[in-house]
Design a protein around this ligand. Structure first.
Ligand SMILES: C[S@@+](CC[C@H](N)C(=O)[O-])C[C@H]1O[C@@H](n2cnc3c(N)ncnc32)[C@H](O)[C@@H]1O
Length: 196
């Protein structure tokens, strides 16, 4: 995975709020890239663009994919511009938008939606339901160690098909975080019917 551009794009970041490129985190994306059932991954939507880390891991893992990412933070705008010029040709589109205001029938036939926006109950419900409505084949949900995130994802999507644990350290405190992958084949069929 080529991460050479990340230090320059994210040089002003404090280290807060994103997936650090630790061996455990990079293994998640390496595992995803090897999963035959995911292929082909051509269309990715991300909710929760921050400084560009997870966006980079996804684009470097799925080289044939185009990615549309929604974010809100103060660094999303400037970092988003730099990220889009690093991935030219329309591979990456960043939209500064609140996921609670997005159109549920805007995206059809998304291969993978990655959810890592706000982890509050109402936001996670909104984001998981959006991913379903967009016809996502697979949904990757970060921070499933948070009870609301895991509960809502499991209720709407069923059991995860794969789960990873990784450690994250911020301000001297280390937490064990959980990333879950869900398959949403049946929901995709229903979403396609609604759009037709
Ligand atoms: C935990 S960070 C995501 C980090 C990212 N996955 C990474 O590793 O690079 C969550 C981001 O979601 C954004 N966010 C929070 N609520 C949102 C919403 N309703 N719509 C879009 N983005 C949101 C926050 O501003 C923050 O930048």
């Amino acid at each position: 995975m080529n991460l050479d551009h990340l230090p320059e794009i994210t040089e002003k970041e404090s280290g807060w709020g994103y997936l650090h490129p630790t061996p455990d985190v990079l293994k998640i994306f390496s595992d995803l890239g090897k999963m035959k059932q995911l292929k082909p991954v051509k269309r990715i939507v991300e909710i929760g663009f921050h400084a560009g880390h997870s966006t980079t891991y996804l684009l470097e893992t799925f080289k044939d994919a185009k990615l549309l990412s929604y974010g809100l933070s103060s660094v999303s705008g400037p970092n988003g511009v730099k990220m889009m010029s690093h991935y030219p040709g329309g591979r990456l589109q960043i939209s500064i938008a609140d996921s609670r205001k997005l159109n549920p029938i805007k995206h059809v036939n998304v291969d993978l939606t990655y959810i890592d926006g706000s982890h509050k109950w109402a936001n996670v419900s909104n984001d998981v339901m959006l991913a379903v409505a967009w016809g996502s084949r697979f949904i990757l949900v970060d921070n499933c160690e948070t009870p609301a995130v895991k509960y809502i994802s499991d209720v709407i999507l069923g059991s995860p098909i794969k789960t990873w644990q990784y450690e994250a350290t911020w301000a001297g405190r280390t937490t064990t975080n959980v990333m879950n992958l869900y398959e949403a084949r049946h929901n995709r069929f229903r979403a396609a019917q609604v759009v037709e």
